[in-house]
Write a protein that binds this ligand. Sequence first.
Ligand SMILES: Cc1cc2nc3c(=O)[nH]c(=O)nc-3n(C[C@H](O)[C@H](O)[C@H](O)COP(=O)(O)OP(=O)(O)OC[C@H]3O[C@@H](n4cnc5c(N)ncnc54)[C@H](O)[C@@H]3O)c2cc1C
Length: 472
Amino acid sequence: MPYPYKKMDEDDFTYIKKITAKERVFTGAGILTEYYHDEMPCYGIYPPELYVEVINKEEISAVMAYAYKMNIPVVCRGAGTGLAGGANCKYGGIMLSVMRMNQIFPVDHKNQTITCEPGALLVDVQAAAAKEGLFYPPDPGEKTASIGGNVITNAGGMKAVRYGLTRDFVRCMEAVMPDGSILNFSSNVVKNTTGYDIKDLVIGSEGTLCVLTQVTLKLLPAPKYTCTLVMPFRSLEECADMVPKVLELPFIPTAIEFLERELINIVEQSLHKFLPVHAGDAVLIVMYDASSQQELNSAVDAAAEAALANGAIDCCIADTPERAASVWSVRGSILEGMKADSIDQEECDVVVPRSRIAQYVKAAKRIALNHGIRVEPCGHCGDGNIHTEMLRGPEMADEEWETATRQCLTELYALSKELGGQLSGEHGIGNGRIEYLETFAGDRMITLYKAIKLAFDDKLILNPGKIIEFNK
Ligand SMILES: Cc1cc2nc3c(=O)[nH]c(=O)nc-3n(C[C@H](O)[C@H](O)[C@H](O)COP(=O)(O)OP(=O)(O)OC[C@H]3O[C@@H](n4cnc5c(N)ncnc54)[C@H](O)[C@@H]3O)c2cc1C
């Protein structure tokens, strides 16, 4: 294998400046430390040797061709909001930011699609679709992530229960390969059985296979009516038990999330964002979209009735945009609140079959308690993706925290596997979960992953040491 990589020198810096522009290239102390890591610095802080902001696919192609020739690692960076330790230069080399490539092209009404460059922000893509009366449904919590980052991590988010993941909205894409060649994966067609489905392999590949330079996304007609319900329960377990009951109703919810009171208190106290419901140790938040008021009313009535029949203390209907926004604002601030309330965090992003959610939540709390860790399961319970957040208090020494979280994670992943779940539902593997993936996936699967990586990137220069590690 081609490790170790070439250490970059002045000749390399000069060449990259020549094929891009010197005012967009930074080296040494000129590189901001925020580019050393993503939103989870605990998964690795690594300074790039060179940071470049590219403006088109031709520049990316030239940078990749040079890196390929010289054996220099390259990490593509979007907005850096990832939660897996993916956008960091674990082996040094070049960090290539695509954030200047943020063009959103006019909506194609005949195909009901929108095409954008990778650095366009999710929030801007959603707004561009909405302006044309259309709807881009994927709704991960972080709206300032890049659309390229969303595609390449197959971001999920709140509305996956009804609409699916980012993957379900990608029609086709253009990408630069590690050797600098430019390829298109599929085209703006609804179906395609032409050869292997490389597009679907690239989605979720966490920047280890190619650099995404353009993507075309499917849009839907915008739902006209929407309503959010907040159901307080006496415990998180009761909340979890309610999830399958909501799913059994003859209306597909758009989102189902749960939050424990302790987490709500953290957000209220540290960020001054308030949930309009004060009762209960845990709340279930359920959202419905509909194309008519009558359809919406039927869904809301059925869910409220089911909640009250199954132990909910109340069912608050946030039927104005302001009230709904305040509910979703508390939900969207969980990560920020937890960061404000603890000195360190570790996250487990398992996904379990929806029939096993309550079982997972109960066992996860027991596991965390056994290891003396404060744990807050929350999140996208409607699709079984339970973010099991571990928070470190000031009293925990470094070693104690590291040992406890490692043991806790090992048991949580084993629990997820036993329940028929997966190790990560949406945040991916990156650098942070790599050691656990090996055990979870098993030797034969890791061999397959390695073969796929080598088929794209025979010199292992693109985001090395993420998802799989060859350097052992
Ligand atoms: C508050 C908060 C809430 C979040 N909520 C959700 C959620 O609900 N659901 C969810 O799925 N995620 C969520 N995330 C995680 C994060 O927003 C997503 O993973 C997002 O898709 C990352 O996009 P980014 O532009 O920030 O990518 P980065 O963090 O910059 O990069 C992520 C990975 O993608 C690679 N990459 C980025 N752009 C490209 C490209 N153009 N070509 C090739 N590789 C590329 C990088 O190398 C890296 O491995 C949340 C994060 C935060 C901070």
